[in-house]
Write a protein that binds this ligand. Sequence first.
Ligand SMILES: Cc1cc2nc3c(=O)[nH]c(=O)nc-3n(C[C@H](O)[C@H](O)[C@H](O)COP(=O)(O)OP(=O)(O)OC[C@H]3O[C@@H](n4cnc5c(N)ncnc54)[C@H](O)[C@@H]3O)c2cc1C
Ligand code: FES
Ligand code: FES
Length: 474
Amino acid sequence: MELPINFILNQKTVEANLHPAATVLDYIRKHQHLTGTKEGCREGDCGACTILVGSLIEDGVQYKNVNSCLMPLGQAEHKHIVTIEGLNCSQLSPIQQAFVDEGGTQCGFCTPGFIVSLTSYLLANDNYNIDDAIDSIAGNVCRCTGHTTIKRAVKKIIDSIASKTELTGDKISSLISLEILPTYFAEIPTRLKTIRKAKPSQEYEQKSDFIVAGGTDLFVQKEDELRKSKIKFYFNDNSRDKVWIEGNQCFIDAKAAISDFGNSDVIQKYLPEIKKYIRLFGSLPIRNRATIGGNIINASPIGDMTCILLALNAALHLEKDKSTRQVQLKDFYKGYKSLDKSIDEILTKISFELPKQNTLFNFEKVSRRIHLDIASVNTAMQLKIDNGIITHVNISAGGVAPIPLYLTEMRKSLLGKKINSSTISEALQSALSEVNPITDVRGSADYKKLLLRQLLLAHFHKFSPQLIEEELTL
Ligand SMILES: Cc1cc2nc3c(=O)[nH]c(=O)nc-3n(C[C@H](O)[C@H](O)[C@H](O)COP(=O)(O)OP(=O)(O)OC[C@H]3O[C@@H](n4cnc5c(N)ncnc54)[C@H](O)[C@@H]3O)c2cc1C
Ligand code: FES
Ligand code: FES
């Protein structure tokens, strides 16, 4: 079923009459012939298809870089979609010029993606530094130039603009005055407000075959099926309030992207270490689209957010026909990809108790490469020690069972005990008795068991390095 989808593409207001599950990549290349955006892997891995998506939030537009190969066109509605062509100014922008000067481009296939991601970095941040700028292109892969020249280009950009006085005040005006953005960007907020937002008919919504959130799992697994189906979107990119507090509970909108969760004021205040762990989740364009709800419902035994939320002993809030119910995340998984959820129930929010003062939290993930890879084994632990006694503990483990595991036996073995080497040693034995990994491409069952043991030990090492160093015999 085709639907009218209205948005601004670069400088032009467009109405696309296509199936909402057509990808933005196909629309811009095949229908608009904007071939600067490249098609590489179509799986979110290479970054050749990176575009900017601008969403109207209150009176401003917030831009994020995303992989257009995994973004359904229906979610472009009411947005500003920017391809590399839409970033052209009267001359090469300082970003483009730096790539030329430093030899950061060879065949050029990857270059538009790098330029778009770096533009997004400059748009999304107030203070610039080389490490963060390089992190912002972690999802862009170059197969021929070698990343050293690209890094040199990044350094040149940051060195040349970080101290510019033009960077004070409104970000978009500043970047226009530095000729990093073309002038038409200034009119986009006003223009977006006038765009008609076509709503799918109620009948269409009620009969949806698929709920699509960020689409980062669905478009890799089922793109063809989605194009023949009725889909309903469940994604929040037009409000700021995606994580909030009620009493002693933290609530997360299930439609929140992983990056919004990590950047939220509540998480930065109560669990500041999460921001660092989230850098291990895909690349920034993936984190800008992947939702917390999608990670939980996808039910991968190695889902990173699921692993973190299990160790926060989170509860899920499910809704169907306006009736709601709550289930603990640790009781939600019944078997491999089998959930305590009916087909038409929607996960609306997730909640967990705000950590009390001096509560420790740690997440460990081992994958075949540090960035842009799914885990072989992951685990998280929340721990509170009062006067040497463990008074609160939750532990999760991924990649060691058909489901993301909450380690019940290990928790029992730790709770109320004095923290010392024999307690830890017994707890590790308990943990290993409740896991059952399989041998697959990410490692043998024995390797994963050993890995989990070491990662659990790593939690204690982070919390109390002295204790572990004194007890090397563990
Ligand atoms: C390149 C790449 C790298 C990745 N790296 C990681 C990684 O490092 N760690 C990791 O854990 N994952 C990773 N993923 C997997 C994926 O990004 C996550 O699982 C993501 O959180 C899925 O969220 P989504 O919004 O994109 O889900 P979608 O693909 O939109 O949906 C996934 C499933 O959940 C259902 N669903 C979504 N939201 C709801 C809801 N609120 N209620 C009911 N059903 C719902 C959908 O119908 C679908 O069945 C990666 C994926 C890619 C492509
Ligand atoms: S084509 Fe490779 S990330 Fe989209
Ligand atoms: S310049 Fe050829 S892939 Fe990067």
